[in-house]
Write a protein that binds this ligand. Sequence first.
Ligand code: SF4
Ligand code: SF4
Length: 276
Amino acid sequence: MKKEVTKIVLAGEGGQGIQTIAKVLSTALVSAGYFVSYIPQFGPEQRGTPSVSFIQFSKSEITYPKFDTADIVMVLRRRAINTIMSYIGANTQVLFDSSTIARQKFSINNSKIFAIPATKLAEEQFGNKNQNILALGVLAKNFLDYPENAMWEIISSQLGKKFAKNPDLAIKAKAAFDFAYNFQLETKKFSKPEYDTCEEIIVKKNSDRLAVIIPKYCKGCGICIEKCPVQALSFGKTLGVYGTPTPDIDIEKCITCGNCFRFCPDSAIKVSPTQK
Ligand code: SF4
Ligand code: SF4
Protein backbone atom coordinates (compact mmCIF):
# COMPACT_ATOMS: atom_id res chain seq x y z
CA MET A 1 0.00 0.00 0.00
CA LYS A 2 2.81 2.41 -0.89
CA LYS A 3 1.48 4.10 -4.00
CA GLU A 4 -0.37 7.38 -3.73
CA VAL A 5 -3.52 5.95 -5.34
CA THR A 6 -3.99 2.20 -5.74
CA LYS A 7 -6.43 1.10 -8.44
CA ILE A 8 -8.20 -2.27 -8.36
CA VAL A 9 -10.52 -4.03 -10.82
CA LEU A 10 -12.47 -7.10 -9.65
CA ALA A 11 -14.42 -9.15 -12.20
CA GLY A 12 -16.52 -12.29 -12.37
CA GLU A 13 -20.10 -13.25 -13.16
CA GLY A 14 -23.28 -11.83 -11.68
CA GLY A 15 -24.23 -13.71 -8.53
CA GLN A 16 -20.66 -14.81 -7.84
CA GLY A 17 -20.14 -12.30 -5.05
CA ILE A 18 -17.89 -9.79 -6.83
CA GLN A 19 -19.79 -6.83 -5.37
CA THR A 20 -19.66 -8.44 -1.92
CA ILE A 21 -15.88 -8.69 -2.22
CA ALA A 22 -15.76 -5.03 -3.29
CA LYS A 23 -17.96 -3.84 -0.42
CA VAL A 24 -15.91 -5.76 2.15
CA LEU A 25 -12.61 -4.45 0.75
CA SER A 26 -13.91 -0.87 0.57
CA THR A 27 -15.14 -1.04 4.18
CA ALA A 28 -11.83 -2.54 5.29
CA LEU A 29 -9.83 0.19 3.54
CA VAL A 30 -11.99 2.97 5.03
CA SER A 31 -11.48 1.37 8.47
CA ALA A 32 -7.73 1.50 7.84
CA GLY A 33 -7.94 5.26 7.27
CA TYR A 34 -8.00 5.43 3.46
CA PHE A 35 -10.16 7.48 1.15
CA VAL A 36 -11.98 4.98 -1.08
CA SER A 37 -13.84 5.22 -4.36
CA TYR A 38 -15.92 2.16 -5.34
CA ILE A 39 -17.94 1.91 -8.55
CA PRO A 40 -19.94 -1.27 -9.24
CA GLN A 41 -20.80 -2.23 -12.81
CA PHE A 42 -23.11 -5.04 -13.88
CA GLY A 43 -25.59 -5.67 -16.68
CA PRO A 44 -29.36 -5.17 -16.56
CA GLU A 45 -29.71 -8.87 -15.81
CA GLN A 46 -27.41 -9.77 -12.95
CA ARG A 47 -27.51 -13.52 -13.65
CA GLY A 48 -24.63 -14.78 -15.78
CA THR A 49 -23.50 -11.36 -17.02
CA PRO A 50 -20.07 -9.94 -16.18
CA SER A 51 -19.99 -8.19 -12.82
CA VAL A 52 -17.13 -5.72 -12.31
CA SER A 53 -16.01 -3.42 -9.48
CA PHE A 54 -13.64 -0.49 -9.76
CA ILE A 55 -11.97 0.50 -6.49
CA GLN A 56 -9.39 3.19 -5.75
CA PHE A 57 -7.88 3.96 -2.37
CA SER A 58 -5.47 6.60 -1.18
CA LYS A 59 -4.31 8.50 1.91
CA SER A 60 -5.42 11.69 0.17
CA GLU A 61 -8.76 12.52 -1.47
CA ILE A 62 -9.55 10.75 -4.75
CA THR A 63 -10.40 13.38 -7.32
CA TYR A 64 -11.65 11.23 -10.22
CA PRO A 65 -13.26 7.79 -9.97
CA LYS A 66 -12.32 6.49 -13.46
CA PHE A 67 -8.93 5.09 -14.49
CA ASP A 68 -7.30 3.35 -17.44
CA THR A 69 -4.71 0.98 -15.97
CA ALA A 70 -5.10 -0.95 -12.73
CA ASP A 71 -2.48 -1.87 -10.15
CA ILE A 72 -4.41 -5.02 -9.25
CA VAL A 73 -6.82 -7.00 -11.44
CA MET A 74 -8.69 -10.03 -10.14
CA VAL A 75 -10.78 -12.14 -12.54
CA LEU A 76 -12.68 -15.25 -11.48
CA ARG A 77 -14.43 -16.29 -14.66
CA ARG A 78 -13.49 -16.65 -18.34
CA ARG A 79 -16.65 -14.85 -19.52
CA ALA A 80 -15.47 -11.69 -17.70
CA ILE A 81 -11.98 -11.56 -19.24
CA ASN A 82 -12.79 -9.33 -22.22
CA THR A 83 -14.18 -6.73 -19.81
CA ILE A 84 -10.93 -6.37 -17.88
CA MET A 85 -8.08 -6.96 -20.38
CA SER A 86 -7.65 -3.27 -21.21
CA TYR A 87 -6.96 -2.50 -17.53
CA ILE A 88 -3.91 -4.79 -17.43
CA GLY A 89 -0.63 -2.93 -17.95
CA ALA A 90 3.01 -3.98 -17.73
CA ASN A 91 3.08 -3.56 -13.93
CA THR A 92 -0.41 -4.78 -13.11
CA GLN A 93 -0.63 -7.65 -10.65
CA VAL A 94 -3.17 -10.17 -11.95
CA LEU A 95 -4.98 -12.73 -9.81
CA PHE A 96 -7.12 -15.33 -11.58
CA ASP A 97 -9.05 -18.53 -10.87
CA SER A 98 -6.85 -21.23 -12.40
CA SER A 99 -9.59 -23.86 -12.13
CA THR A 100 -11.72 -21.95 -14.68
CA ILE A 101 -9.22 -19.88 -16.72
CA ALA A 102 -6.02 -20.88 -18.58
CA ARG A 103 -2.84 -18.85 -17.90
CA GLN A 104 -2.46 -18.28 -21.65
CA LYS A 105 -5.41 -15.87 -21.57
CA PHE A 106 -3.06 -13.26 -20.06
CA SER A 107 -0.41 -12.83 -22.73
CA ILE A 108 0.94 -9.49 -21.48
CA ASN A 109 4.70 -9.26 -20.94
CA ASN A 110 5.98 -8.31 -17.47
CA SER A 111 2.61 -8.72 -15.80
CA LYS A 112 2.80 -10.34 -12.42
CA ILE A 113 0.44 -13.27 -12.73
CA PHE A 114 -0.84 -15.18 -9.69
CA ALA A 115 -3.59 -17.76 -9.29
CA ILE A 116 -5.74 -19.72 -6.88
CA PRO A 117 -8.01 -22.56 -8.11
CA ALA A 118 -10.95 -20.93 -6.27
CA THR A 119 -13.84 -22.78 -7.93
CA LYS A 120 -12.20 -26.18 -7.39
CA LEU A 121 -11.33 -25.42 -3.76
CA ALA A 122 -14.82 -24.09 -3.05
CA GLU A 123 -16.49 -27.09 -4.67
CA GLU A 124 -14.25 -29.70 -3.05
CA GLN A 125 -13.63 -28.20 0.40
CA PHE A 126 -15.61 -25.12 1.39
CA GLY A 127 -18.94 -25.07 -0.49
CA ASN A 128 -19.87 -23.24 -3.66
CA LYS A 129 -20.92 -20.07 -1.89
CA ASN A 130 -17.42 -19.41 -0.55
CA GLN A 131 -15.55 -18.63 -3.78
CA ASN A 132 -15.69 -14.95 -2.89
CA ILE A 133 -14.39 -15.58 0.64
CA LEU A 134 -11.40 -17.43 -0.84
CA ALA A 135 -10.73 -14.42 -3.08
CA LEU A 136 -10.99 -12.07 -0.10
CA GLY A 137 -8.43 -14.09 1.86
CA VAL A 138 -5.94 -13.93 -0.99
CA LEU A 139 -6.49 -10.23 -1.68
CA ALA A 140 -6.20 -9.31 2.01
CA LYS A 141 -2.90 -11.10 2.54
CA ASN A 142 -1.04 -10.99 -0.76
CA PHE A 143 -2.20 -7.76 -2.34
CA LEU A 144 -3.21 -5.44 0.51
CA ASP A 145 -1.19 -6.78 3.45
CA TYR A 146 -4.32 -6.39 5.60
CA PRO A 147 -4.29 -8.04 9.07
CA GLU A 148 -6.12 -11.38 9.08
CA ASN A 149 -8.28 -10.88 12.20
CA ALA A 150 -9.28 -7.34 11.25
CA MET A 151 -10.39 -8.47 7.78
CA TRP A 152 -12.38 -11.39 9.19
CA GLU A 153 -14.17 -9.04 11.62
CA ILE A 154 -15.25 -6.88 8.66
CA ILE A 155 -16.39 -9.93 6.66
CA SER A 156 -18.36 -11.17 9.70
CA SER A 157 -20.09 -7.84 10.19
CA GLN A 158 -20.90 -7.43 6.47
CA LEU A 159 -22.24 -10.98 6.11
CA GLY A 160 -23.63 -11.22 9.66
CA LYS A 161 -27.27 -11.73 8.60
CA LYS A 162 -26.37 -14.53 6.17
CA PHE A 163 -24.15 -16.19 8.76
CA ALA A 164 -26.87 -15.93 11.45
CA LYS A 165 -29.37 -17.66 9.14
CA ASN A 166 -26.88 -20.35 8.13
CA PRO A 167 -24.29 -21.17 10.84
CA ASP A 168 -22.78 -23.91 8.66
CA LEU A 169 -22.05 -21.31 5.97
CA ALA A 170 -20.27 -19.18 8.60
CA ILE A 171 -18.09 -22.09 9.71
CA LYS A 172 -17.14 -22.97 6.13
CA ALA A 173 -16.54 -19.31 5.27
CA LYS A 174 -14.13 -18.92 8.18
CA ALA A 175 -12.28 -22.09 7.12
CA ALA A 176 -12.13 -20.80 3.51
CA PHE A 177 -10.83 -17.39 4.61
CA ASP A 178 -8.12 -18.87 6.87
CA PHE A 179 -7.08 -21.28 4.12
CA ALA A 180 -6.88 -18.56 1.45
CA TYR A 181 -5.09 -16.09 3.73
CA ASN A 182 -2.29 -18.62 4.15
CA PHE A 183 -2.45 -20.04 0.60
CA GLN A 184 0.80 -20.14 -1.37
CA LEU A 185 -0.33 -18.53 -4.62
CA GLU A 186 0.38 -20.35 -7.88
CA THR A 187 2.96 -18.39 -9.89
CA LYS A 188 4.90 -20.24 -12.59
CA LYS A 189 3.16 -23.59 -12.61
CA PHE A 190 -0.60 -23.04 -12.75
CA SER A 191 -3.38 -25.58 -12.31
CA LYS A 192 -5.08 -26.82 -15.46
CA PRO A 193 -8.61 -25.39 -15.75
CA GLU A 194 -11.06 -28.15 -14.85
CA TYR A 195 -14.33 -26.19 -14.88
CA ASP A 196 -15.91 -24.21 -17.69
CA THR A 197 -19.11 -22.43 -18.57
CA CYS A 198 -21.40 -23.98 -21.19
CA GLU A 199 -23.92 -22.10 -23.28
CA GLU A 200 -25.36 -25.30 -24.76
CA ILE A 201 -28.06 -27.61 -23.48
CA ILE A 202 -26.52 -30.88 -22.23
CA VAL A 203 -28.32 -34.04 -23.36
CA LYS A 204 -27.66 -37.56 -22.04
CA LYS A 205 -29.65 -40.57 -23.07
CA ASN A 206 -29.79 -44.33 -23.19
CA SER A 207 -32.41 -46.66 -24.69
CA ASP A 208 -34.90 -45.98 -21.85
CA ARG A 209 -34.56 -42.33 -20.84
CA LEU A 210 -33.33 -38.92 -21.86
CA ALA A 211 -31.98 -36.20 -19.58
CA VAL A 212 -31.64 -32.51 -20.43
CA ILE A 213 -29.61 -30.11 -18.27
CA ILE A 214 -29.53 -26.36 -19.03
CA PRO A 215 -26.43 -24.86 -17.35
CA LYS A 216 -27.43 -21.26 -18.04
CA TYR A 217 -30.57 -21.76 -15.89
CA CYS A 218 -28.88 -23.74 -13.11
CA LYS A 219 -27.85 -21.86 -9.96
CA GLY A 220 -26.08 -24.85 -8.40
CA CYS A 221 -28.42 -25.10 -5.39
CA GLY A 222 -28.07 -28.90 -5.27
CA ILE A 223 -31.77 -29.54 -4.52
CA CYS A 224 -32.03 -32.04 -7.40
CA ILE A 225 -29.04 -33.95 -6.01
CA GLU A 226 -30.63 -34.04 -2.55
CA LYS A 227 -33.97 -35.25 -3.91
CA CYS A 228 -32.67 -38.00 -6.22
CA PRO A 229 -33.55 -41.32 -4.49
CA VAL A 230 -30.86 -43.34 -6.29
CA GLN A 231 -27.88 -40.93 -6.22
CA ALA A 232 -27.90 -40.60 -9.99
CA LEU A 233 -26.94 -36.91 -9.76
CA SER A 234 -23.73 -35.28 -8.55
CA PHE A 235 -22.02 -31.96 -9.24
CA GLY A 236 -19.95 -32.01 -12.44
CA LYS A 237 -17.39 -29.73 -14.09
CA THR A 238 -19.76 -27.51 -16.06
CA LEU A 239 -20.49 -24.12 -14.52
CA GLY A 240 -23.97 -22.68 -14.27
CA VAL A 241 -25.36 -19.18 -14.33
CA TYR A 242 -23.68 -18.13 -11.07
CA GLY A 243 -20.35 -19.75 -11.89
CA THR A 244 -21.07 -22.70 -9.62
CA PRO A 245 -20.99 -26.35 -10.79
CA THR A 246 -24.14 -27.85 -12.32
CA PRO A 247 -25.34 -31.44 -11.80
CA ASP A 248 -24.14 -34.31 -13.92
CA ILE A 249 -26.35 -37.38 -14.35
CA ASP A 250 -25.50 -41.07 -14.36
CA ILE A 251 -28.23 -41.97 -16.82
CA GLU A 252 -27.92 -45.73 -16.12
CA LYS A 253 -28.74 -45.22 -12.43
CA CYS A 254 -31.72 -42.94 -13.06
CA ILE A 255 -35.19 -44.48 -12.52
CA THR A 256 -37.09 -41.56 -14.12
CA CYS A 257 -38.87 -40.75 -10.85
CA GLY A 258 -39.11 -37.06 -11.79
CA ASN A 259 -37.97 -35.65 -8.42
CA CYS A 260 -35.14 -33.61 -9.91
CA PHE A 261 -37.28 -31.59 -12.29
CA ARG A 262 -40.25 -31.37 -9.93
CA PHE A 263 -38.09 -29.77 -7.25
CA CYS A 264 -35.72 -27.72 -9.45
CA PRO A 265 -36.67 -24.06 -8.83
CA ASP A 266 -35.24 -22.96 -12.19
CA SER A 267 -36.44 -25.60 -14.68
CA ALA A 268 -32.79 -26.40 -15.36
CA ILE A 269 -33.15 -30.19 -15.53
CA LYS A 270 -35.64 -32.57 -17.12
CA VAL A 271 -35.68 -36.36 -17.43
CA SER A 272 -38.20 -38.27 -19.49
CA PRO A 273 -38.69 -41.81 -20.89
CA THR A 274 -37.52 -42.16 -24.48
CA GLN A 275 -40.23 -42.80 -27.08
CA LYS A 276 -40.42 -46.48 -28.03
S1 SF4 B 1 -35.50 -38.52 -12.53
FE1 SF4 B 1 -35.37 -39.24 -10.38
S2 SF4 B 1 -33.85 -40.88 -10.46
FE2 SF4 B 1 -33.61 -39.71 -12.35
S3 SF4 B 1 -32.02 -38.20 -11.87
FE3 SF4 B 1 -34.00 -37.22 -11.51
S4 SF4 B 1 -34.35 -37.54 -9.30
FE4 SF4 B 1 -32.75 -38.98 -9.92
S1 SF4 C 1 -32.17 -28.09 -8.60
FE1 SF4 C 1 -32.05 -27.05 -10.61
S2 SF4 C 1 -30.91 -25.15 -10.16
FE2 SF4 C 1 -30.59 -26.52 -8.42
S3 SF4 C 1 -28.66 -27.62 -8.91
FE3 SF4 C 1 -30.36 -28.89 -9.65
S4 SF4 C 1 -30.59 -28.30 -11.82
FE4 SF4 C 1 -29.40 -26.67 -10.82
